[in-house]
Design a binder for this molecule. Structure first.
Ligand SMILES: CSC[C@H]1O[C@H](OP(=O)(O)O)[C@H](O)[C@@H]1O
Ligand SMILES: Nc1ncnc2[nH]cnc12
Length: 290
């Protein structure tokens, strides 16, 4: 049985967490380049935890420049088994108000300028993204967030846009009225796809900061408004993390949803046709099946 090892990927406003014991900032090299920053590792009441600031400390990386593959590879390489993404987002629903937490269970991927797979020519794989987040992990995080005092919405569709500009009013209306999106952000894709390829359980907490630009009673979103709401959201996020040890087993048992076996049915390239260089790069992500 392996140890459970939880990674938090902190989004805008969440650049560090406190309360960990035996801490170390670890620099990890990956075949996909350097991650967004060093990774903070430690334990919380005996639960192994890692923390990675998605945009780097000081928020130096825009959403298109985040090295998503290096981030997920580095976490997998460290032995992480579960990833909890905590992100700022805009809301398309009146009832999902600034300050609320939405437990994402679906995505619409509108990103266009990012490397979105570890696989490719020389080793082709097609994982299922039908259920892109891990249900059991999401349940535990939702419980922790509720205990932390957050208003939690169970289930929501996150539209991932390229950015860095915010949406036009026409786009905002289309995503909300016709596409069924509940929240919008710029980072959860391809992160969730890569986590699935790396056979990591992935949960996403979308922390609402604004109503984007569709709401007739609210001004169109601006960074300054987001930052104001982010401070409170980041405090609730830290309290949520503090509740996790009481809710999560220390041992990693097989994921009931099969996140940890996603590659069992995904590889299609004949073994004798595989590219040795790519296979070497896939050592951490897909070593279990290669
Ligand atoms: C600072 S507002 C826009 C920025 O915030 C969100 O980042 P993250 O998902 O990492 O919290 C959003 O996706 C944009 O990147
Ligand atoms: N309205 C919005 N659109 C895209 N990303 C966001 N992050 C926070 N608010 C956002």
């Amino acid at each position: 049985m392996t140890d459970r090892f939880i990674a938090i990927i902190g989004g805008s406003g969440l650049y560090e967490i406190d309360g960990l014991e035996n801490t170390d900032w670890v620099s990890v090299d990956t075949p996909w380049g350097a991650p967004s920053d060093a990774i903070l590792t430690g334990t919380l009441e005996g639960l192994k935890l890692a923390f990675l600031p998605r945009h780097g400390r000081g928020h130096v990386l825009d959403p298109s420049s985040v090295p998503y593959r290096a981030n997920i590879d580095a976490l997998k390489r460290l032995g992480v088994t579960d990833v909890i993404s905590m992100s700022a987002c805009g809301s398309f629903r009146e009832e999902m108000a600034p300050g609320d937490f939405v437990m994402v269970d679906q995505f619409i991927d509108r990103t266009v300028a990012r490397a979105r797979s570890f696989f490719g020519p020389g080793c082709v794989a097609h994982v299922s993204m039908a259920h892109p987040t891990c249900g059991p992990l999401t349940d535990s995080v939702a419980q922790a967030a509720t205990q932390a005092g957050a208003t939690v919405h169970r289930g929501g569709t996150y539209l991932a846009m390229e950015g860095p500009q915010f949406s036009t009013l026409a786009e905002s209306n289309m995503y909300r009225d016709h596409w069924g999106a509940d929240v919008i952000g710029m980072t959860n894709m391809p992160e969730a796809k890569l986590a699935r390829e790396a056979e990591l359980c992935y949960a996403s907490v979308a922390m609402v900061t604004d109503y984007d630009c569709w709401h007739p009673d609210h001004d169109a979103v601006q960074v300054a408004d987001i930052v104001r709401t982010l401070t409170g959201n980041a405090d609730t996020a830290r309290r949520t993390i503090a509740h996790l040890p009481a809710l999560l087993n220390r041992q990693k048992t097989p994921c009931p949803q099969g996140c940890d076996r996603a590659l069992d049915t995904a590889l299609i390239t004949a073994p004798d046709k595989r590219d040795p260089d790519l296979i070497a790069r896939l050592d951490a992500v897909a070593g279990r099946v290669l």
